[in-house]
Design a protein around this ligand. Structure first.
Ligand SMILES: Cc1ncc(COP(=O)(O)O)c(C=O)c1O
Length: 464
């Protein structure tokens, strides 16, 4: 089917992102705008409109008002997703040659920022859930050990990045982690791509946004966890640890010179939905509906894993000896489209639209899948072979730009990668440029290749 046909067809149950559910949960103002003469809203940085970096105009006013209402010092809307604003943040936090401390489940965009910004990514290992193959959250004690080990690397660490909540919706005690980082006099950026709706503070039993817990910078993907159009995002900043001038010049470096006014309007309206009464009422209702659905599925013995995000359903496929990637294909055939297929799980994002009649259909399809594959034994995943902290063996930007050759993974031991190996989604790199392929890493990558047959190649490009 051609692109235009695909864009207009809507015969499936959409359990993937963006969270607006193919328009169903878009804020009313955006829906009304889109009903006008097609294209009337397609404007660049005109005088009265302005843009995220222009002092005057409607966008400057809107950013000021969003920051004020959320209770932070500043915010900038973004038109290149959380990706663009995370990258701008990293460039604002560190100079070329300085290091950034990041967990192993960091999104690839942050590694890319290190590549073009000449920064050193110091990656730290995190706990791993062997029953499902997911990175788990960690606590302050874990982070203290990371700091101890990171000191031994003798790099000039400029900042720390945390990812919370994770793609699957696990959430840590982020406040204690931020306190630990601040005790080392370092600024902290939280990649909250999957937690924008937490700024609503709608329920005390849900995690709090890091922006209310002392983070210096927080990035939200407004299309992933708020009702924004694809590419909409926001960067919040507070306190005096990060100079707004550095943030703005970094945004300017990466942002198009013609940011779409439609996307910027979508940033404004999706934030408003999370703080104004009408939007909050809708959100509360969606959360309740999602919890009822989860309870229904659990009662029908569908194996769901616990997380902190009611809007994400994690189906534990490896419990029944099945790969989430296999199971995803079966669901797609039945026109239920999930978000994140992984070797041990399949995560569905309910988003902000209603899925009232989904429960029975979901159970029926899951039971059909189980019957067709037959009863199989659950399987477990090996821990990744990462040390507590590590930095690339050679600077990653240098490695990325080096002459390379393509070798079979089996022949890669002792070689240095020039590429990122990174199944997408979730976009978490398994190998980054400059890392050395020791025997343990090669064995693990070969094993990962079996789990992600369509995403990981037999070959890897290494410095020649
Ligand atoms: C944890 C995390 N951070 C950042 C991003 C990038 O978000 P965006 O698609 O808005 O650029 C993603 C995308 O999957 C993500 O999972």
């Amino acid at each position: 089917m051609g692109l235009f046909n695909l864009l207009s067809a809507d015969r499936s149950e959409n359990l993937f992102l963006p969270a607006h559910g193919r328009g169903k949960a878009l804020p009313k103002k955006v829906r009304n705008l889109l009903k006008l003469r097609p294209g009337i809203w397609d404007l660049p940085e005109l005088f009265e409109i302005g843009g995220p970096l222009i002092r005057e105009g409607a966008i400057a006013e809107s950013q000021k008002s969003s920051a004020f209402e959320v209770g932070v010092d500043r915010c900038w809307y973004g038109v290149n997703g959380a990706t663009g604003l995370l990258q701008s943040s990293l460039l604002a936090l560190a100079r070329p040659g300085q290091a950034i401390l990041m967990p192993r489940n960091i999104h690839k965009s942050c590694i890319q920022a290190c590549l073009f910004g000449g920064l050193i990514p110091i990656l730290f290992d995190i706990p791993f859930l062997t029953d499902r193959g997911h990175a788990a959250v960690f606590d302050r004690k874990w982070l203290q050990r990371v700091f101890q080990k990171a000191k031994e690397l003798k790099e000039d660490i400029a900042a720390v990045v945390l990812v919370n909540p994770t793609y699957q919706g696990y959430s840590a005690d982020i406040e204690s982690l931020i306190k630990e980082i601040h005790s080392h006099s370092l600024p902290v950026l939280v990649d909250e791509a999957h937690g924008a709706y937490l700024i609503s503070q709608i329920r005390s039993d849900l995690p709090k946004s890091a922006i209310f817990l002392g983070a210096d910078l927080v990035v939200h993907s407004l299309h992933k966890s708020a009702p924004g159009l694809v590419q909409s995002a926001v960067l919040w900043s507070q306190g005096d640890k990060v100079d707004p001038f550095k943030i703005e010049r970094s945004i300017e470096l990466l942002q198009t010179s013609s940011p779409s006014s439609l996307l910027l309007a979508s940033c404004e309206s999706s934030i408003k939905e999370l703080i104004e009464t009408k939007g909050l009422r809708k959100l509360k209702y969606r959360l309740e509906e999602a919890e009822l659905l989860k309870d229904f599925l659990i009662n029908k013995e569908v194996p769901l894993l616990k997380n902190s995000d009611p809007l994400k359903i994690i189906l534990h496929t490896s419990k029944f000896g099945l790969s989430g990637i296999q199971v995803d294909k079966r669901f797609i055939k039945k026109r239920i489209i999930g978000e994140l297929a992984e070797p041990g799980t399949l995560t569905f994002c309910l988003g902000l639209s209603s899925h009232k009649r989904l429960g029975k259909r979901f159970v029926r399809i899951w039971n059909e899948i189980l019957t067709s594959f037959g009863q199989q034994k659950s399987y477990f995943f090996k821990r990744p072979p990462f040390s507590v902290v590590s930095k690339p063996y050679k600077p990653c930007s240098h490695s990325w730009g080096s002459n390379f050759e393509k070798v079979n993974l089996h022949d890669a031991i002792g070689r240095i990668s020039v590429e990122m190996v990174c199944p997408y989604p979730p976009g978490i790199p398994l190998l980054i440029p400059g890392e050395i392929l020791d025997e343990a890493r090669v064995d693990w990558l070969i094993e990962q290749k079996c789990f992600w047959p369509e995403q990981i190649s037999d070959f890897v490009r290494v410095i020649s």
